[in-house]
Write a protein that binds this ligand. Structure first.
Ligand SMILES: Cc1cc2nc3c(=O)[nH]c(=O)nc-3n(C[C@H](O)[C@H](O)[C@H](O)COP(=O)(O)OP(=O)(O)OC[C@H]3O[C@@H](n4cnc5c(N)ncnc54)[C@H](O)[C@@H]3O)c2cc1C
Ligand code: FES
Length: 269
């Protein structure tokens, strides 16, 4: 069931430079939503920005959901100025979410920058559903962009930090850190972040015989499968087309379905 509801903002605070966490009172959404799904937020009362902005559920807890977001442009800047007690229009839950499969022996989450936003809820779901405590790689350009380390540690996860500049954890890219953890058949890797990071992480996982799911981003208009604004190229035909819609077929995909070559990811890592 999908909703279009006005939700009260419980809090909206800056957690790092230009990165915020918004908590919403959203009983209907919280009841229906699963880790890896997302919602579309009405960020303005007027006509600009017109389109709702897609955001993952960071956590789903009780009658509330949280959203972790980075200020990118006008829509997210308006979000960052919203205050406790205000209402925001929310459409969701949307998309497929992460499958939870207890047959995997090992679960490794690989987060690049704000891509971490979809993973606290996944870690909680894995622990709740199959008692599997995931290992977590948090990768970012620099120390100040590493988020959620304490939250994952509080869940019992081992957290591996990697930064491009070496200012925190190991100086390495996400894919190199994954290689160090030696994924193998029976491991499921979950990746979200910039396209190049997901591509290289997927390559390490697949080469090791591990299963790999990626949570993709695309610019969205309808969020409902109608406008085709969010399509990405796929390797195999899905419903007669070599493309998939991130909003309804995803955002979570098996990496082997995605045609990474077609996405012009600067292949320099
Ligand atoms: C399924 C899904 C879940 C998402 N979850 C989160 C989340 O949990 N936290 C978070 O911070 N962000 C998330 N995003 C990205 C977020 O939706 C965009 O950053 C946001 O819409 C930008 O809006 P804006 O008005 O601030 O910026 P705009 O002015 O619209 O854009 C600013 C810049 O960001 C680029 N951009 C805009 N939207 C996207 C996008 N979807 N993907 C890549 N680049 C984009 C634009 O090309 C432009 O360069 C998600 C996107 C999708 C598709
Ligand atoms: S956003 Fe319209 S089809 Fe996906």
């Amino acid at each position: 069931m999908r909703y279009l509801v006005d939700c009260e903002i419980v809090s909206n605070s800056e957690v790092a430079s230009e990165q915020y966490r918004m908590v919403l009172e959203a009983p209907d959404l919280a009841r229906e939503a699963r880790a890896g799904q997302f919602c579309m937020l009405q960020v303005a009362d007027g006509l600009y920005p017109f389109l709702r902005r897609p955001m993952c559920f960071e956590r789903i807890f009780g009658e509330r959901i949280s959203i972790l977001y980075k200020v990118e442009g006008e829509g997210t800047r308006l979000m960052s100025r919203m205050r406790e007690g205000q209402a925001i229009g929310v459409q969701g839950p949307l998309g497929n979410g992460f499958p939870i499969d207890s047959s995997f022996k090992r679960h490794i989450i690989v987060a690049g920058g704000i891509g971490v936003a979809t993973f606290p809820g996944l870690a909680e779901a894995l622990i709740r559903a199959c008692g599997a405590i995931p290992e977590v790689i948090l990768a970012a350009r620099s120390r100040h962009l590493i988020l959620c380390g304490e939250e994952f540690r509080a869940l019992g996860c081992t957290v591996h930090v990697a930064t491009d500049d070496g200012s925190a954890g190991v100086k390495a890219y996400a894919s190199q850190m994954l290689q160090k953890l030696s994924p193998a058949p029976g491991t499921r890797v979950y990746a979200c972040g910039p396209m190049i990071m997901m591509r290289t992480t997927s390559e390490v996982a697949v080469a090791a015989g591990a299963d790999c799911l990626v949570s993709l981003e695309a610019q969205m208009a309808c969020g409902d499968g109608a406008c085709l604004g969010c399509v990405v190229a796929s390797k195999h035909e899905v419903e007669g087309e070599k493309m998939v819609r991130v909003c309804v077929d995803g955002p979570v995909f098996d990496t082997t379905l995605i045609d990474w070559e077609a996405h012009n990811t600067a292949y320099d890592r």
